[in-house]
Ligand binder design. Structure first.
Ligand code: CTP
Length: 239
């Protein structure tokens, strides 16, 4: 029997939201449940992969002998954890809803209510997927997500190019029963040749299987290219 495509492949997955503290009791975050990232991780594990899951705070859990779980809170922590493992990853899948900004200063004490309005100055967080897009090797696959409310495909293609993704999974906030908190999802997959496949509404488990399948196809194509290149180099050395 053939080995599964992901047998002993190392996959880095980011999942969940990040939380950016304001003071010891408050933070800025988003509605990400982490369910999609965890479903993708479970699918990869089923297919024989070794997964490093860098996760923000979520209610879901997962245990598996081939799973290395790293729990983080902020975007900076998520970035530093990814830095340790990106080098060894065959595929990186960025499902996390990373907070784009963090409060400039974290108050040491709980901020007391005083004035009628309150302003927080924010600093841009590092873009984890973009940073890895800059250093990605030709044999590494990177998969991004785009959650959009309007001009969905245009924005998804912008992200594909800007972050050097091989494939973007597009979610539209306009689709019923998809996105945050639901157990179902509706996606389109846009690849770096700009081909776009639109999928029907499915369970997050089925959607995860579709995403993992397409990432596996891209990984296999890159492996074949690498073998072709090595064969060409070898032949030119001995000509
Ligand atoms: N991403 C990331 N680090 C960030 C922001 C986003 O790794 N600081 C990743 C997400 O995990 C996702 C992709 O980049 O795979 C797109 O995320 P999204 O929040 O939609 O994109 P942004 O670049 O933040 O664009 P915007 O919020 O302006 O739509």
């Amino acid at each position: 029997m053939n080995k599964p495509v992901f047998h002993n492949k190392k996959i880095l997955v980011t999942a969940g939201p990040t939380r950016e503290p304001i003071d010891p009791v408050r933070y800025i975050s988003n509605h990400s449940s982490g369910k999609m990232g965890y479903a993708i991780t479970a699918e990869l594990l089923e297919q024989g992969a070794e997964v490093i899951l860098v996760s923000g705070p979520v209610a879901v859990t997962l245990q598996h002998p081939k799973l290395k779980m790293i729990q983080v809170t902020t975007a900076s922590e998520m970035y530093l954890a990814c830095c340790r493992f990106f080098e060894i990853a065959d595929v990186a899948i960025f499902t996390a809803a990373v907070a784009d900004y963090r409060p400039d200063k974290i108050a040491v004490q709980k901020i007391k209510k005083s004035d009628s309005c309150f302003t927080i100055t924010m600093t841009k967080n590092i873009d984890i997927a973009s940073e890895f897009g800059k250093i990605k090797r030709r044999n590494q696959v990177s998969v991004g997500f785009a959650l959009e409310t309007n001009d969905e495909q245009v924005h998804a293609i912008e992200k594909l190019n800007k972050k050097n993704f091989d494939m973007v999974v597009l979610n539209s906030m306009n689709d019923a029963n998809a996105t945050f908190g639901f157990d179902t999802n509706k996606i389109s997959i846009i690849k770096d040749d700009y081909s776009c496949t639109v999928y029907p509404l499915k369970s997050k488990k089925e959607v995860a299987a579709d995403i993992v399948h397409e990432a596996g196809v891209l990984m296999t194509i890159k492996e074949l290219h690498e073998i072709e290149e090595m064969t060409r180099d070898y032949e030119s050395m001995y000509q």
